[in-house]
Design a protein around this ligand. Structure first.
Ligand SMILES: Cc1cc2nc3c(=O)[nH]c(=O)nc-3n(C[C@H](O)[C@H](O)[C@H](O)COP(=O)(O)O)c2cc1C
Length: 332
């Protein structure tokens, strides 16, 4: 039996669900067990157009797992994460976390990450010229490597402006190509609630730096008109304005790899935001069309790009996006 009761487990999961997720779909469900929690993929949240292989859904679940692990540790519990093998049927649990007795030493180690969980946002917009603390990020990556974060995937830190410009170009082409598809745009429009919507999921108008009134029409506009070139250019400009990008690559594509990518990415995004800097995720260049190959070549090797985010300081950060309650995500 876990030393944590049901209410405590739910309070830890509240931190879990603050994780980023593709289109803010929050594609997770929970089952509370005797000694922790089992995590399931919410099949109703799969983006069949934007994420046909479900990589982004599982990366999102990886981000959730990292938050849960950080929150449990900060509250003085051990959190043993078990990511199930890729062969498992996707209707079964994809991961389990077992909580164990308090450990005071662990509590101090990740306090800054824990405090950052409720404040973390995926920022969009142009970065200022303020210097990013590259050495600190490098040393956090080294600490993570010692902690076993990179056994199933690798990370590359891109600081060369020419390389960043090329990634921006791939991002621009990828987003523009995706928007040519009516089905992609229709799916995306479903995840764009208006400013007065009571929905607790989806891409928020303020997070897209959209005027209040436009939020009432944007879903219809996106659905019926290919605005891809405009959105693509905006995203590419953000990537170009960054001083550093973090690219996650792997040799294998499977659920376990994706979840571990999500854990590492969330850990680093929290670390960077705990330093007062911002992070922006752009996966258009890694996964749309044939661009993954070009992306891999840019990084100089045979690898499968998984995830990418850029780092800098944004002068007008927005507030956090809403989340569905943990209770609504419980299976038991
Ligand atoms: C796997 C994954 C892929 C994402 N891809 C993009 C992307 O390509 N472009 C983008 O602007 N945001 C992307 N996001 C960010 C989400 O839209 C964002 O996390 C979500 O809207 C919730 O907002 P928040 O992170 O500020 O809480 C991605 C997030 C995840 C986890």
């Amino acid at each position: 039996m876990s030393t944590m009761n049901r209410e405590e487990i739910i309070s830890i999961l509240e931190y879990g669900v603050m994780a980023p997720s593709t289109h803010n779909t929050q594609p997770w469900k929970f089952s509370i067990t005797n000694d922790g929690v089992e995590i399931y993929l919410d099949q109703t949240r799969i983006l069949t157009q934007a994420d046909p292989h479900m990589r982004d859904a599982f990366i999102s679940i990886g981000c959730l797992i990292e938050n849960i692990s950080i929150a449990a540790t900060a509250k003085g519990y051990g959190a043993q994460v078990c990511i199930y093998s890729p062969e498992r049927n996707k209707t079964n649990a994809v991961a389990a976390i077992i909580f164990s007795k308090k450990s005071d030493s662990a509590e101090k180690s990740n306090r800054a990450l824990f405090d950052t969980i409720p404040k973390r946002v995926n920022s969009r917009g142009l970065f200022t010229k303020e210097a990013v603390p590259l050495a600190k990020i490098e040393s956090e990556i080294a600490i993570m490597a010692q902690g076993g974060y990179f056994t199933m995937h690798s990370i590359a830190m891109v600081t060369d402006q020419t390389q960043l410009n090329s990634i921006a170009q791939l991002t621009e082409e990828g987003i523009a190509e995706a928007h040519h598809s009516d089905a992609f745009r229709e799916e995306m429009s479903h995840w764009m609630p208006s400013a007065l919507s009571k929905r607790k999921n989806g891409l928020q108008w303020y997070s897209l730096h959209m005027p209040f009134f436009l939020s009432f029409f944007i879903a219809e506009i996106i659905k019926n008109k290919d605005m891809g070139h405009v959105l693509a250019k905006k995203s590419a400009d953000c990537v170009r304005s960054a001083q550093v990008g973090l690219a996650f690559t792997a040799n294998e594509e499977n659920l376990a790899t994706w979840m571990t990518v999500g854990r590492s990415a969330e850990h680093l995004m929290l670390y960077i935001q705990s330093l007062g800097f911002h992070t922006s995720i752009y996966v258009g260049g890694t996964e749309i069309g044939d661009r993954a190959k070009d992306f891999a070549q840019l990084l100089g090797g045979e690898c499968k790009p998984q995830f990418f985010f850029v780092v800098g300081k944004i002068s007008t950060p927005h507030k956090v996006s809403p989340r569905e309650s943990v209770i609504s995500k419980l299976l038991n």
